[in-house]
Structures are given as structure tokens and as C-alpha cells.
Design a protein around this ligand. Structure first.
Ligand code: NCD
Length: 306
């Protein structure tokens, strides 16, 4: 049985197959409408989420399956002190597959070791968020036509942003990828990623503080929110929160075919005036998130649709 803890759990070939399946689902949704009839997805969310949980639920419903679950630790037995290991053993009796989000790094991995059903990491603390990465890769491949030969600007909270960490891990497997890491000094990418992932694999990257200094060279600008819930004190958050605001003026410095992505939720980092720019791809990205989660559920449940 296969689980998904990190984007690296899938080889480049497996990923390619999954993204192709997601595109087929996008273009032929009816073909898949009954693929998971009789199957149940459990969403176990110990941390708030709108998009990830609802996109999983939407994905399973679009496959003809059903969903059950909880959306906060307070409404689960975690509030009574139950461990994730025990919870997943019980959930294994109720559902066929589980998507789990947890504030503690590694919690979904612990659950997967005790589980009798496939477990998908739907975000663990500041660590990884593999299904957001699948969404991001599908968006890039669909809109840019390739996953290689790209200069990607990652902007905002690169320290706590788990979507950024997962995306870097996934993209370095493709040829000629270059990163521009755009963040304030205090929110730089963690050194384990800078040294052990980027430098060790000879991936070209540079770090800048000003968005304007990077705009002109980017094929993709990936904006992120300052992760308030991971700060130790509110004052630091308040000082950092509006460090970047992407607006029309800054967009005028970008290439005609650059795309702007954001895992959402957005706070102030992208002005709403950018939403009408044809290069704004973040709402399309949310739609791709459903197709790719449908493809993932089919793959992990080993359901084949001819
Ligand atoms: C992201 C997350 O949860 O890490 N959101 C999401 O899954 N779409 C990004 C964020 O919360 O900033």
C-alpha cells in the first residue's frame, strides 16, 4: 500500500502519469464520475483549512465516493488525549483512504505507519504539503507546457511556508531549474534547504530582498502569505506581514508570459487589482487542485478507469 508523505514519494515517471491522468479528468470528468462509488475518504484535519479539505472532499464526491471526517482538533478525540496512531487505526475501520493535516511535523508519517488504509499528508506543520505541490506542478505544466527550463521566484515567508519547501524538493528533479528566493532576512529559506537541497544538488539560486530586483527574469512568481500561526510573537508577525504587496506597478516589470501563483489563502500580499491580469493564475491553480487530488485518490486506491 502506498501513502503520500512527501512529493518525493512519487518518482518523476509516476508524477508524470499522475499529472496526465489529472488532465484527462479535467477534459473528461464524466468518465470518472462513478470511479469511486462505494469508497469513503476520511478527512482528519487537526489544523484549520478551507481549500485543502474542501478540495479533497470535492475530489472524492466528483469520483462518486463519499466523505467523512473532522475539521479541527477540538472536534476530534485528540481533545481527549487520543494519539494519531490510535485514531488512524480506528479510521481504518471506517474509510478506504485518509487525508490528514496536523500542526506537528511528522504526525501523518506516524499515522501512516499504523494505518491499514492509504494516508495522504495534507500538510504537517512547517514541513511539507505534497498535494499542494502536485497542484502547483499541474498548474505549471498545464499553463507553461513544461516543468523544466524555468526561473521560479518564490516570494514571502520562505521560512515557515511548507508549500515552498515541498515545491523546491519537487522541482529540482527537472533540468535547468533556477530559483530566485525573495524574502526578508528573517524569513529566508531554512538552511537545511539552502545547503542540503539546493547547494548540494548544484541548483542555481540567488536570494534577494526586493521583489522589483527579480520581477523581470521570472517565468513564474510564487507568492506566499506570512504564516502568522507559526510565529512566536505577534509583534514580529505585524512587522513582517505587509513586507510584499504585488500590485499592477510591479506586474509591469514582469515578462508578458510570466504566471503568478499563490497556494491561497491570500492576505495582503497580492493586491486585488492584479486578479484581472491574464497572468494571475491563483484561482485556476485552486481548480487544478481538485483534478490532481482526484488523480491521486484513484492512484492510491488503485482504481483504473478505461
Ligand atoms: C497553504 C498551507 O496550508 O500551507 N494553504 C493551502 O493548503 N492552500 C498555504 C498557507 O496556508 O499559506
Amino acid at each position: 500500500m502506498q501513502h503520500l508523505m512527501s512529493p518525493l514519494d512519487l518518482s518523476v515517471e509516476e508524477l508524470d502519469k499522475l499529472l496526465t491522468l489529472a488532465n484527462d479528468i479535467e477534459h473528461n470528468p464524466k468518465k470518472y464520475a462513478h470511479a469511486c462509488e462505494g469508497k469513503k475518504l476520511a478527512t482528519c484535519f487537526y489544523e484549520p483549512s478551507t481549500r485543502t479539505r474542501l478540495s479533497f472532499e470535492s475530489a472524492m464526491l466528483s469520483l462518486g465516493g463519499s466523505v467523512l471526517g473532522f475539521s479541527s482538533a477540538d472536534s476530534s478525540s485528540a481533545s481527549k488525549g487520543e494519539s494519531v496512531s490510535d485514531t488512524i487505526r480506528v479510521i481504518s475501520c471506517y474509510a478506504d483512504i485518509c487525508a490528514m493535516r496536523h500542526p506537528k511535523e511528522g504526525a501523518p508519517l506516524v499515522a501512516s505507519q499504523r494505518s491499514r488504509i492509504p494516508v495522504i499528508n495534507a500538510g504537517d506543520g512547517g514541513h511539507q504539503h505534497p498535494t499542494q505541490t502536485l497542484t502547483d506542478l499541474l498548474t505549471i505544466r498545464s499553463l507553461k507546457g513544461r516543468l523544466d527550463n524555468l526561473t521560479i521566484g518564490l516570494c514571502g515567508d520562505l521560512k515557515f511556508g511548507r508549500t515552498v519547501h515541498s515545491l523546491i524538493h519537487a522541482l529540482i528533479r527537472y533540468p535547468h531549474i533556477r530559483f530566485v528566493l525573495i524574502s526578508p532576512e528573517e524569513l529566508r529559506v531554512p538552511s537545511y534547504i539552502r545547503e542540503d537541497v539546493l547547494a548540494k544538488n548544484n541548483i542555481p539560486f540567488r536570494e534577494v530582498e526586493r521583489l522589483e530586483d527579480a520581477m523581470g527574469e521570472l517565468d513564474i512568481l510564487y507568492m506566499t502569505r506570512v504564516q502568522r500561526e507559526r510565529f512566536f510573537n505577534e509583534d514580529d508577525y505585524v512587522r513582517m506581514k505587509d513586507f510584499y504587496i504585488l500590485n499592477r506597478k510591479k506586474m509591469s516589470l514582469a515578462k508578458e508570459d510570466m504566471i503568478v501563483m499563490h497556494p491561497l489563502p491570500r492576505v495582503n500580499e497580492i493586491s486585488v487589482e492584479v486578479d484581472d491580469d491574464p497572468r494571475a493564475a491563483y484561482f485556476k491553480q485552486a481548480q487544478y487542485g481538485v483534478y490532481v487530488r482526484m488523480a491521486l485518490i484513484l492512484t492510491l486506491l488503485e482504481v483504473n478507469v478505461c
